[in-house]
Design a binder for this molecule. Structure first.
Ligand code: ATP
Length: 302
């Protein structure tokens, strides 16, 4: 495995305030890495240091093998960025914007192919300001890709998108992995991270508080599951077998059990219900979702 981004002990102080308080990160070639954290956690500061736009206070940073503080034009050609604010040129069409930007790079991608990649074929001759918000973001992605970078920073790429535009954008981002690109994604949407990311790091108050795959982040895979169901009116939860009664975590019309071994406990519940001739039509079993894990990890942070 080859590290495309490698960060050790990164710190950034603004005066006396430490916005990034000594973080370590590794991003491997070809992966989609999601960087999550509450407002003010230090994401933009970190990303801008990695992009070479901001100076660090301390620590070692290597992006594509180069210290971004010393990145030259050739290095810049290998890195693409979609910033929160739009880059689109107001007087130019989609195709013209891409033609202009392609001139800045040593080895630009094919323009029509890039337009197709982000699904803007029908808008290729439309002026930037006449695009919808979602289409403009797609143009931003196209502009970030036109130089054919190896590593792409995407800063909240789907903020303000409608659900179907978000799905399309996810498809595009997913497609980048197919092209062998490495993606460093900043997002506030847990479902986005869950859908796209190979790995997630959560930053809070300038520190990495958790790192893992969407399935394992914060010990999610080891967290207790909840088993919920409604009993018929004439059956009380005190009639459940003792092993299940011991798991009782709440009763608000529906019974809630918490279990570390949900499969075994659901089996017991099913056996008991069948023996009593009871149906449990609304039975559900779930692990904490990524949003719940995230909120737990960042609880008490701003
Ligand atoms: P958001 O999700 O809101 O974009 P973020 O995680 O990107 O937040 P940063 O923009 O990195 O957060 O900011 C981290 C902290 O550093 C914040 O408390 C912010 O106020 C502070 N900060 C950022 N830039 C500066 C600056 N130029 N001077 C002083 N403080 C700054």
């Amino acid at each position: 495995m080859e590290s495309v981004v490698s960060v050790h002990g990164l710190r950034k102080r603004y005066g006396h305030f430490e916005a990034v308080a000594g973080i370590d990160l590794e991003v491997q070639r070809g992966e989609i890495f999601a960087f999550l954290g509450p407002n003010g956690a230090g994401k933009t500061t970190t990303v801008e240091i990695l992009e070479g736009f901001r100076a660090r206070t301390d620590g070692q940073v290597s992006v594509l093998g180069i210290d971004p503080a010393k990145g030259d034009a050739e290095w810049r050609n290998r890195v693409g960025a979609v910033l929160q604010e739009s880059n689109a040129e107001p007087g130019l069409t989609v195709r013209e914007s891409l033609q202009l930007y392609s001139g800045y790079y040593l080895h630009p991608r094919d323009i029509d192919e890039t337009i197709a990649l982000v699904g803007l074929e029908e808008k290729a001759d439309t002026l930037g300001p006449q695009l919808s918000g979602g289409q403009r973001r797609r143009l931003d992605v196209a502009l970030a890709l036109i130089g054919d970078p190896e590593l792409i920073f995407l800063d909240e790429p789907t903020t303000g998108f409608d659900p179907s535009a978000r799905r399309t954008a996810w498809h595009v981002i997913h497609g980048l992995r197919g092209l062998g690109k490495t993606v460093f994604l900043t997002t506030h949407y847990m479902d986005e991270a869950e859908q796209l990311a190979d790995r997630i790091a959560v930053i809070a108050d300038g520190r990495i508080v958790a790192e893992g795959t969407p399935g394992t982040l914060g010990g999610r895979n080891r967290m207790a599951a909840t088993i919920r169901f409604t009993l018929p009116a004439e059956v009380g939860s005190d009639e459940l077998p003792p092993e299940l009664r011991a798991l009782l975590a709440g009763e608000d019309g529906r019974v809630t059990l918490t279990s570390d071994t949900p499969l075994a406990h659901v089996g017991e519940l099913a056996e008991w219900a069948q023996s009593r001739g009871i149906d449990l039509p609304d039975l559900d079993v779930r692990r904490p979702n990524l949003e719940e894990v995230y909120l737990e990890l960042t609880r008490g942070e701003s």
